[in-house]
Design a protein around this ligand. Structure first.
Ligand SMILES: Nc1ncnc2c1ncn2[C@@H]1O[C@H](COP(=O)(O)OP(=O)(O)O)[C@@H](O)[C@H]1O
Ligand SMILES: [Mg+2]
Length: 219
């Protein structure tokens, strides 16, 4: 799905070679400042490499329009953005930015169930707790039709127990919808449970790149 060749980004990242295949759950780990967010921003075109080439399904990312790329790759940013307005508006805004028709109420209720958020859609989103806001932004992302979802620390505002519950539901949903997932996480428990491909960054370089066996079994 993604292939990197001789990619550098300023003096932050240096990756001679890296492949991420479709259909697997990839976890990216590493200390704070090791370059994880920079790597995923390169994958979704938010920034461009200083040198080297990134391929998405054999197509050079440079040759793709933003619209083409967004249809394939969506990203949940590290600090979830909540906009002024209701839950419903916050869920629809992702589709609006992607120039898609609004989601139906059925689709909305479906993704809210996945993230375990049982709230009135007309409620003001600013009143939600940190964990609820994070689940709301996950639900927003699940309403996008992209083939690849990139999640930058999606459970940072959740306690360990709900992190596991929410992620198993979100990942099951992604598997059912044939979406690939690339997830940055600090939580060992999440990595052990879900990772099939583990990439570790150290000072901007890949220090580990291996297939691993998750303890979680899909339905
Ligand atoms: N646009 C940029 N230009 C230069 N340096 C950057 C840029 N963005 C991030 N950095 C630096 O790159 C390093 C890696 O940052 P980041 O990718 O956010 O790490 P992580 O997500 O692993 O914590 C940090 O030292 C950060 O200060
Ligand atoms: Mg980061």
């Amino acid at each position: 799905m993604f292939k990197l060749e001789n990619v550098t980004y300023k003096d932050v990242l240096d990756i001679p070679e890296l492949s991420i295949s479709a259909g697997a759950i990839t976890c990216i780990i590493g200390k704070s400042g090791s370059g994880k967010t920079t790597l995923v921003k390169l994958l979704n075109g938010l920034i461009s490499p200083t040198e080297g080439t990134i391929y998405v399904e054999n197509e050079d990312i440079k040759e793709m329009s933003m619209v083409q790329l967004r249809r394939r790759v969506s990203m949940l940013q590290q600090s979830p953005s909540i906009y002024e307005g209701t839950l419903r508006e916050n869920l629809q805004i992702g589709r609006f930015f992607s120039e898609l028709e609004p989601a139906s109420d059925d689709e909305i209720l479906d993704v809210l169930e996945v993230v375990n958020l049982d709230k009135d859609l007309d409620q003001d989103a600013s009143k939600l707790s940190g964990g609820e806001k994070q689940r709301l932004t996950l639900a927003r992302m699940l309403l996008l039709p992209a083939d690849v979802l990139i999640l930058d620390e999606p459970t940072a505002s959740l306690d360990e127990e709900s992190a596991h519950t929410i992620m198993s539901r979100v990942l099951q949903h992604c598997i059912d919808e044939n979406k690939s997932v690339i997830m940055i996480t600090h939580a060992d428990e999440i990595v052990k449970s879900f990772a099939e491909h583990l990439i570790e960054l150290k000072d901007g370089k890949v220090s580990r790149d291996e297939r691993v066996e998750p303890t979680w079994t899909q339905k």
